[in-house]
Design a protein around this ligand. Structure first.
Ligand code: TXA
Ligand code: MG
Length: 318
């Protein structure tokens, strides 16, 4: 059988233009992509992921101009953010035009759009036009940050995973919209709140505990490893109370000096960006070790640390 992990951008482009689903690299995480012109392929993305059809997909484009064709209006603060961060790990939620189907937006009148910061993908997008792509993981599993993660998740059903090594940001894009005349962050991600506030001033933060707004990606439980995963303020306490268990420990910059089956230090130099880049990769690795628990020390709650803590709070088993 032909190996599905391949490196040809031309081949991926060709398959997408034929209406196939292809896994693609982005600078955040790998995505499961289809051209927005092929409803059957879009449908197949939902099927492959096991994703409820009520959860909209985001659309990736090559530049702002392409984005403008997909939205009815572009509120000034969001445009400022686009100019500042595109290409980059920022998804903007904008009122959609008819070029974007209800199938993609799950019936919403808005569409999430981003211009990814990934040379190979931009090269591809220039030829394919807009492509819809959620993260390339089955529903409720952690996002993939390497081509191999994707191939492991979907051993069948995919013609190609376009390999471009390990994702440089390592966590999903930050999702931002504009509601009631205010910039609102729907999902914390690879661009920090501080960086966004530097451009547009104080922003609102979507509260997932509020039950009146339904954005499935905001649901509290998401992105779970198979191993029972815990974020512990006091890892020492947890380890000491569970001495008989096989524990994989993930810490930020310093060893916890505890007797555990495995310890991973995310960034010995204390760099939050490096920690963000490595967190999913590490979870994928530890998930394969047959551990009883993965125990994670929360990162400092600022910058990308806050984004990672937010992502992790959705990965823990409660
Ligand atoms: O970094 C990323 O954003 C990756 C890469 C592949 O680009 N994509 C990604 O897609 O994380 P996905 O589908 O796994 O997460 C997108 C989230 C979903 O939780 C979805 O509910 C939300 O974005 N979303 C999509 N369209 C939306 C909209 N119009 N309004 C509000 N939320 C939306
Ligand atoms: Mg996802």
């Amino acid at each position: 059988m032909e190996r599905i992990i391949q490196t040809s951008v031309e081949k991926a482009t060709e398959l997408l233009l034929q209406g196939e689903v292809v896994a693609i690299p982005t600078e955040t995480v790998y995505g499961l992509a289809a051209s927005i012109s092929f409803p059957k392929a879009i449908d197949y993305i939902f099927e492959l992921k096991g994703r409820p059809r009520t959860n909209p997909l985001i659309v990736h484009v090559a530049n702002i101009k392409q984005a403008e064709e997909l939205c009815k209006s572009f509120p000034e603060p969001l445009k400022k953010l686009a100019h500042q961060f595109w290409p980059g790990s920022l998804t903007l939620v904008l009122p959609k035009t008819k070029h974007v189907s209800n199938q993609i937006t799950a019936g919403k009148n808005t569409v999430g759009i981003r211009v990814p910061n990934h040379p190979k993908l931009l090269q591809l997008l220039k030829k394919t036009g807009p492509i819809a792509a959620p993260s390339a993981n089955p529903f409720e599993r952690i996002s993939p940050t390497s081509a191999q993660h994707v191939a492991d998740y979907f051993p069948k059903g995919l013609k190609m995973v376009l390999d471009s090594g390990i994702c440089q940001a390592g966590i999903e894009s930050t999702i931002v919209g504009f509601e009631n005349n205010q910039v609102i962050i729907y999902r914390l991600g690879a661009i920090s709140i501080e960086a966004i506030e530097n451009v547009v001033g104080k922003v609102a933060l979507f509260d997932s505990n509020q039950s009146n707004v339904v954005t499935p990606g905001m649901s509290k439980k998401h992105y779970a490893p198979k191993t029972k995963t815990i974020v512990a303020e006091n890892v020492k306490d947890f380890v000491n109370k569970n001495v008989a268990s096989k524990i994989g420990l993930i810490v930020f910059k310093q060893s916890a000096q505890l007797e555990v089956a495995k310890e991973v230090i995310l960034s010995p130099s204390g760099d939050l960006q490096e920690a963000a880049q490595r967190i999913y990769q590490t979870l994928h690795e530890l998930d394969k070790l047959g551990l009883d628990y993965i125990v994670i020390e929360p990162l400092p709650n600022e910058g990308l640390g806050r984004s990672v803590n937010d992502r992790l709070s959705r990965a823990v088993h409660s």
